[in-house]
Ligand binder design. Sequence first.
Ligand SMILES: NC(=O)c1ccc[n+]([C@@H]2O[C@H](COP(=O)([O-])OP(=O)(O)OC[C@H]3O[C@@H](n4cnc5c(N)ncnc54)[C@H](OP(=O)(O)O)[C@@H]3O)[C@@H](O)[C@H]2O)c1
Length: 248
Amino acid sequence: MRILILGGTSEASALARRVRDMPDVEATLSLAGRTERPAVAPIPARTGGFGGVAGLVAFLRSERIAAVVDATHAFARQISASAVEACAVAKIPLLAFTRPQWSAVEGDRWTTVDHVEAAADAIGVVARRVFLTVGRLRLGAFAAAPQHDYLVRTIDPPAGIEALPTHRSILARGPFSVEDELTLMQSQRIEVLVSKNSGGAATYPKIEAARRLHLPVVMIDRPPAISVTEHTDLAAVVDWIEAHRPSP
Ligand SMILES: NC(=O)c1ccc[n+]([C@@H]2O[C@H](COP(=O)([O-])OP(=O)(O)OC[C@H]3O[C@@H](n4cnc5c(N)ncnc54)[C@H](OP(=O)(O)O)[C@@H]3O)[C@@H](O)[C@H]2O)c1
C-alpha cells in the first residue's frame, strides 16, 4: 500500500516514524521546502509544491498512491484545500491528522483575532515590547504597527523583518520549556505575546509563561476548518490507514 503524508509538522514526522514499521506500507513524506534545515525524514521524502490540484492529482496517479494523510499545519490551508480536491478527483481516501487547538484557561488574558493583520491592530496604539511568534513569512503585517519594539522568534531567518523599525531576532526551533520561556520573556521585559493558535505541546510553554507573568496574548485563530475526516490521535490514524488497505 502506497501512502502520501503531507507534512511539515511534528505530527507528520511522528506518523512517518510509525508507518515505517507497518508491513507492506510504503509511505512518502511531502514537504513544502519552506524550512532551510528540516528535521531528517524517517522515510523517503519529496520536497516542493506539486503545482496545484492538477499537479497533485498527477502525482497521486503516477505514484499509485492508495491513501493520503494531510498532516500539515492548521494554518497551511492552501495545500489542505488542494488535497481535498485532488483526492476527490483521483478517488483516493483522505484523512486530516491535526493538532487540537489551545483553549484559554483561567488566568489567560487572550484577545482572539482571526488574521495576522488584525493581530497587529490588537496590540494597541501604545508602544509595547512584543514577543512575536507567528512564523517568518507574515512579519510584514506588523509594519502597520511600527510603534512597538518586537522580539521576533523564528526557525529560519525571518522574511520582511526590515519592515519593523525596532526589532530583535532570535532563531530557535522548539520544543521550549516553560522555564526558558519565563526567563526569555522576563529578561526581554516582554509586555505582550502574539501567537497563532497552533496547538500542540511543543510551543505551548510560551502560553503558560505568559499566563504566569499575567501578560496579555494576542491569539490568531485558525482559518475555518476544511470538511474532511479528522483525527488528532496517532493510533486512530494508523487504524484508518489499515482500514483503507486496498483489497489484494
Ligand atoms: N503556515 C504555518 O503557520 C506553518 C507552520 C508550521 C509548519 N508549516 C508547514 O509549512 C508548509 C507550508 O505552509 P504554508 O502555510 O505556506 O502552506 P500553504 O499556504 O497551504 O501552501 C502553499 C503551497 O505550498 C505547497 N505546499 C504546502 N505544503 C506542502 C507540502 N507538505 N508538500 C508539498 N507542497 C506543499 C503547495 O504548493 P502547490 O500548490 O504547488 O502544490 C501549496 O499550494 C506546510 O507543509 C505546513 O505543514 C506551516
